[in-house]
Design a protein around this ligand. Structure first.
Ligand code: GLN
Length: 447
């Protein structure tokens, strides 16, 4: 803990942590040392964990990087965090992110942007940018992020670390401040597969506080990392040959596929004609869900309330106008529009239907193949400001990550070399729902 606290201090300019629980982390550590001496320590004893600022931790502030949650203190602890604490993990602090998880660069945060430790003129990715940099820069052993459309995998790729998005419903969402409830997942950043697997197996599993959490038993992923059979691997033609793809990423992805074929795995190119529809489907459905989820922030129940109101209605309006950032407002408006009476069928219902097609296609492919391999991102980490005035360009950053989110299947991003500038490239692997053990074993084989 002292090692990490020192690193957090010397690397404070990266802006990864928005709050450090220094003294309580040291106290927790001392108590765990005693447990270790008595032979009674939990399986995560010594693991130092940072948590994204969208997860509730009783008695601690949670802001979702938004002004609208200014002054908000959690009344209870997220199930995911509770389970880590029960196994003696040490929670060291709260990590910066895009406001309510909306963004791909961590530039939409009331706490200011997070810097990529490899090149401080570049973004760390988002929305879990702080969580990625905290692991990248050795500010904690592992961190929790959330992934609705790529917010763990994309920043993992940009910072050169490992990031998993589990199957939707694998980890309870209790205590996670909602962005898009039918997409939100809690994921893990780490430098090695074993730590990642240990954390996920501890957090996962059914929870009475989240009726959507799966009751399926959780395998001990960390003991199933051995990969010994030839695998069937599909890669999607439209992703590897996409015009949007940076040439070095294409090269690295094809190289690894070639190597896998040479090692005796079955590697096949598959057409994915739905690729063009994945991103619009994702943005229609997530903005719809977000507009509904964020209606609770009205200046009464949580956090910020405008001091400028003169009646009830102006209190609502001004609180929300002053409290939400630009991107969040854009999404609330988009979501309200696609849910409105005249456009509901044309956009929302249509997108639900397309979601089903994408899900069926992906699940079907993953019964024929063990894995789908594709790049995590179209480009390596970009510069601050490069996309901030062009929301569509920013949304295009999620081109390859949203398929797993729309389908609900698990996906992991692992480092796959660097481009000419030395910036990390991510390789993404998807497996069928609840096949996290298989995903980890394959990722372990490749790293
Ligand atoms: N960048 C995507 C978005 O802005 C993904 C965000 C996420 O996964 N939380 O919606």
């Amino acid at each position: 803990v002292t090692y990490y606290l020192n690193n957090i201090e010397t690397k404070a300019h990266l802006n990864a942590f928005v709050e450090v629980y220094g003294s309580s982390a040291l106290e927790q550590a001392a108590a765990i040392d005693e447990k270790i001496a008595a032979g009674k320590a939990g399986k995560l004893a010594g693991m130092v964990v940072g948590i994204k600022d969208v997860l509730c931790y009783q008695g601690h502030t949670a802001n979702a990087s938004s002004k609208i949650l200014e002054g908000f203190e959690s009344q209870f602890t997220a199930t995911a965090i509770q389970r880590l604490i029960e196994q003696d993990a040490i929670i060291i602090g709260r990590l910066n992110c895009d406001e309510f998880g909306m963004g791909s660069s961590n530039e939409n945060s009331v706490h200011g942007p997070v810097k990529n430790a490899l090149d401080e003129s570049r973004v760390p990715g988002g929305s879990s940018g702080g969580s990625a940099v905290a692991v990248q820069a050795n500010l904690c052993t592992v961190s929790l992020g959330t992934d609705t459309g790529g917010s763990v995998r994309q920043p993992a790729a940009f910072t050169g670390v490992i990031g998993i998005k589990p199957t939707y419903s694998r980890v309870s969402r209790y205590g996670l401040i909602a962005y898009a409830s039918s997409f939100d997942t809690i994921g893990v950043f780490s430098k090695n597969i074993k730590d990642n697997a240990l954390v996920l197996e501890t957090m996962a599993g059914s929870d009475d506080y989240d009726s959507t959490s799966s009751r399926k038993a959780v395998p001990e992923y960390s003991n199933l990392l051995h990969f010994n059979k030839p695998a069937k691997i599909a890669y999607l033609k439209e992703t590897v040959h996409s015009d949007a793809l940076q040439p070095e990423i294409k090269e690295h992805t094809l190289q690894i596929l070639k190597k896998l074929a040479e090692e005796g795995h079955q590697v096949e190119e598959v057409a994915f004609p739905l690729l063009d529809y994945v991103l619009p489907t994702y943005y229609i459905l997530t903005t719809a869900e977000a507009s509904s989820n964020l209606s609770r922030f009205d200046g009464v129940k949580y956090g910020y309330r405008t001091p400028n109101a003169h009646n009830l209605e102006s209190m609502y309006k001004l609180t929300r106008s002053e409290g939400f950032g630009e991107e969040v407002k854009r999404r609330i408006m988009l979501g309200t529009f696609v849910l409105s009476a005249s456009y509901y069928d044309a956009y929302f219902t249509k997108a639900q239907k397309v979601r089903r097609l994408i899900k069926e296609f992906t699940e079907d492919l993953l019964t024929k193949f063990d894995y789908i391999v594709l790049p995590t991102t179209p480009s390596t980490a970009f510069k601050f400001g490069e996309h901030s005035n062009d929301p569509v360009a920013m949304y295009l950053e999620d081109l390859f990550t949203v398929q797993a989110s729309v389908s609900g299947v698990p996906a992991v991003s692992i480092p796959n070399g660097t481009d000419k500038k030395g910036l990390p490239i991510g390789l993404q692997i998807m497996a069928n729902s609840f096949k996290e053990a298989e995903l980890y074993a394959f990722a372990n084989y490749l790293t």
